[in-house]
Design a binder for this molecule. Structure first.
Ligand SMILES: [Cu+2]
Length: 431
């Protein structure tokens, strides 16, 4: 039986999307929109542009892939002090959702082995508060299904303090409440529903999360000792434990160029030597010039560095990779590391069970010694799900994800108020 339906036309209903720009939709959009910047490389229906009330504008294009689902492209960040958008990413998307069950009876690659993308869910108006729900034409849906799904939410949200500082005058407090652009969609896989959420903060940070909700798998209430948790009355209904290993695939294009460097930093702490008052800490940089399977560790971090772009202090622009909490699953070769840096290859799209044959079916095989001049970052964040009584019903969303944070993209805090704009470097107090 064939469920695939090829669709030559990918154009959306322009009428339905004419009000596509999210500016003006949310509580953070109180200020007038700035003059349009250089045209994005997509038509209006596929553009997302949001100026947040602090003055920061995020711009990107979206499209919908028949396996990866939501794909964001040509993502740029323009804080209020910058004359032009600063490109951050060529492309950002999920790279796989790998779900092995603890009893060894089942293992899924949800993006490439299940109709993840085809099961995009219609959003109720109430689940995109203050925002805009766009219609997505879903490729390869069952012929009986409507391919037009109200499935993409763009909205804004407050995140609490962006900063706070007591001024010299008694009554002066510098404080700002941070605002974020949120972009999300929900895909159903079996009994689960996955919320794929992208959060673009007005301070330049991007946080990507997947939230699993829906319902525990109905077929898996028969776990043995040590492989599940009883969630019915008494010692009954042992829900089988399992892992959700989520991969993201980020193709950086800092300052509009795909030629980016990668650096790893490690710090070593040494006990006080004789005569020293305190332990000392030394941080060292290692340039990552070849493909690498990397592991998170205390005092270790990475950044992707622009080869050309500099901020107004003359420092190379970069984005730091900020891993989230993860339970690394050692069961498969491709889940053994937290992070993979691979040289860009348009065949290498999914961290496991990749449809194309690119010298191996999984990301670990693609780390094979190539020089790293156009790095693609694969982040693997694992969550070991041992069910609890509270998982019924519906199952509360459990989130996993990570962030990328600007490091020297701007010469100062992009949200610095004008009165403090002179306090850059080792400034002298005035007055
Ligand atoms: Cu789960």
């Amino acid at each position: 039986m064939s469920r695939a339906r090829s669709r030559a036309a990918v154009g959306l209903s322009v009428a339905a999307l004419a009000a596509g720009a999210t500016t003006g939709a949310g509580p953070a959009a109180a200020q007038p929109k700035a003059a349009p910047a250089a045209a994005a490389d997509c038509s209006a229906a596929y553009q997302i542009e949001q100026q947040l009330s602090s003055g920061t504008t995020w711009r990107m294009c979206w499209r919908y892939d028949n396996k990866a689902g939501l794909v964001l492209e040509n993502i740029s960040y323009q804080p209020k002090g910058e004359a032009a958008p600063i490109k951050v990413l060529n492309s950002a998307r999920l790279g796989q959702v790998h779900v092995p069950y603890d009893d060894g009876k089942a293992e899924y690659d949800d993006l490439t082995g299940q109709p993840f993308a085809q099961s995009l869910m219609n959003l109720a108006p109430g689940e995109c508060p203050g925002g805009t729900i766009r219609t997505v034409k879903v490729p390869d849906v069952w012929t009986s299904d409507n391919p037009n799904v109200k499935g993409l939410c763009t909205t804004t949200r407050s995140r609490g303090h962006a900063y706070r500082m007591q001024g010299n005058e008694a009554n002066k407090v510098y404080q700002a409440q941070g605002k974020d652009l949120l972009v999300y969609a929900v895909n159903q896989v079996g009994w689960y529903e996955y919320i794929t959420e992208w959060r673009f903060q007005d301070d330049g940070t991007v946080t990507m999360n997947v939230g699993a909700t829906g319902s525990l798998s109905y077929e898996d209430y028969d776990a043995g000792d040590g492989r599940g948790w009883p969630i019915g009355k008494g010692a009954k209904a042992y829900a089988t434990s399992h892992s959700h290993n989520v991969f993201w695939r980020l193709d950086f294009g800092l300052d509009g160029s795909s030629k980016n460097g990668v650096e790893q930093y490690d710090s070593a702490v040494t006990a006080p030597a004789r005569g020293q008052q305190a332990p000392t800490t030394k941080t060292t940089r290692t340039k990552v010039t070849k493909e690498l399977a990397a592991d998170a560790k205390t005092y270790r971090w990475w950044r992707v560095v622009s080869a050309t772009g500099k901020n107004k202090d003359g420092h190379a622009r970069s984005y730091e990779i900020v891993p989230g909490a993860s339970t690394k699953y050692p069961g498969r070769s491709f889940t053994k590391h937290d992070l993979y840096f691979t040289q860009y290859n348009n065949c290498e799209l999914f961290a496991s069970n990749n449809p194309g044959s690119c010298g191996g079916k999984s990301v670990d095989k693609w780390v094979n010694g190539q020089s790293l001049t156009h790095p693609v970052v694969w982040m693997n964040v694992g969550f070991h799900h041992i069910a609890r009584d509270e998982d019924q019903q519906p199952m509360p969303v459990h989130w996993q994800g990570f962030s990328i944070a600007p490091r020297d993209v701007t010469a100062m805090n992009p949200l610095t108020p004008a009165e403090l704009g002179w306090q850059n470097g080792h400034w002298e107090p005035r007055g």
